[in-house]
Design a protein around this ligand. Sequence first.
Ligand code: FRU
Length: 457
Amino acid sequence: MKNSEAYHLKYHITPPYGLLNDPNGLAFFRSQYHVFHQWNPTGTEHRNKCWAHVVSDDLVHWRRKGIALEPSEWYDKDGIYSGGSVVHEDQLYLFYTGNVIREDGGKESYQCAAISEDGESFRKLGPLFPHPPGYTRHVRDPKVWRDDRGSWWLIVGAQREDQTGDALVYKSEDLLAWTYQGSFLEHDHTFGYMWECPDVLSFAEQDVFVFSPQGLPEKGEYYRNPNQSGYILGEISDTGKFDGSIEDFKELDRGFDFYAPQSFKVRDRLIMFGWMSAMNEDAERAVPTVREGWLHALTLPREIVLRNGRLYQIPLSELQGLRQQGVQAEVQEHGSWQLPSLQAEIIISFLELKESFRAVLRGSVEISYDFEENSLTIWRTNWLTSEREYRKAELSHRPVELQLFIESSSLEIFVNQGEEVFSLRYFLEDTEQRSIQLEAGGNKGQINIYPLRESVE
Ligand code: FRU
């Protein structure tokens, strides 16, 4: 029974029941946007993974289509794990990892493909290539792209036998026969014990390698979640190797809950979804929605732009279509408003920032800006321990615009048109608690509050 108003998300992709994790197979095919995601339809634990399928005409309104791929063959009998897709010759090719648990308890992984002519039914093509030597069974999450010369490339996350993370690259001329090229990013560092969900974004100026390393040690305010997702700028050579440095790794999102993002290109735009969770197991088990039989959500889609050597993540402009009649007010030293509904967008824009400010949403989540440090800190209450906890980021510019997308149990904060983003879940039983308090100090500016429409059927 999903529908407690207290936690139900209405404009994010959530599972109707069961557990959702990574976005998969993002595509524009036959005039529709296709998002797939990891889904356990049988419970809220991490098992029985399938690919669920949701479609949209506009990237904002989504219709659930149920299961696209489920375990059925010897090579994927224990899970259809993450991967990407490409459209070629009017067919949609899905790439995924087949997870297999042997009778002796050992595990195996197979990089597989499936194909669809209509975007409705999917035919499995089986494993594509043998397991690479020198790697543990942790090889997964194939993502495919095409270069300017027409060759196809496939990248997978991997773990070396010495338990360090890596990504491997394969090449193909026909999407079916693949040749192994070795490590995508040659490195002798230990940078986490496994790299999940690798992705490649190409801009005119540079290429970007996105991946989700597991097990990075905390470093000051960095890497504070159990697992990270981030990127490195560089360049892909003709042999499919990425020329870039691990030392330049930057986290994509500085909030509590963001992991395993995937991107796709729609005409000349790059769009990314992430999984809105980076919780440890205990926190995950304690999420109040588990009692209602569902768990987790995808983030909103973000347009990714490369600007001054960093990725900006801008909420898709199409989301403005969800806005209803809003209210606008001048910010004051002590301002207080009521959210018209639990689904809202709030834009706070300052004319000139001269001192620290603080906003408290629903008496629970606090956003505080420290002028001296030029840092933004987000506080929430941990639903397992009841303790207050924070994530903090130093900014490169003064935060003159904050765009907040709030729902009953989620919040995404975009600073200065996506220069920095904080994504998080928070859980508050009291649906009547809808206050927004803004202590703006002497800063001048405006606040706009728009109720948002429901957009996921
Ligand atoms: C990332 C991940 C992937 C894997 C999938 C399984 O969250 O662990 O590496 O394919 O989830 O659900």
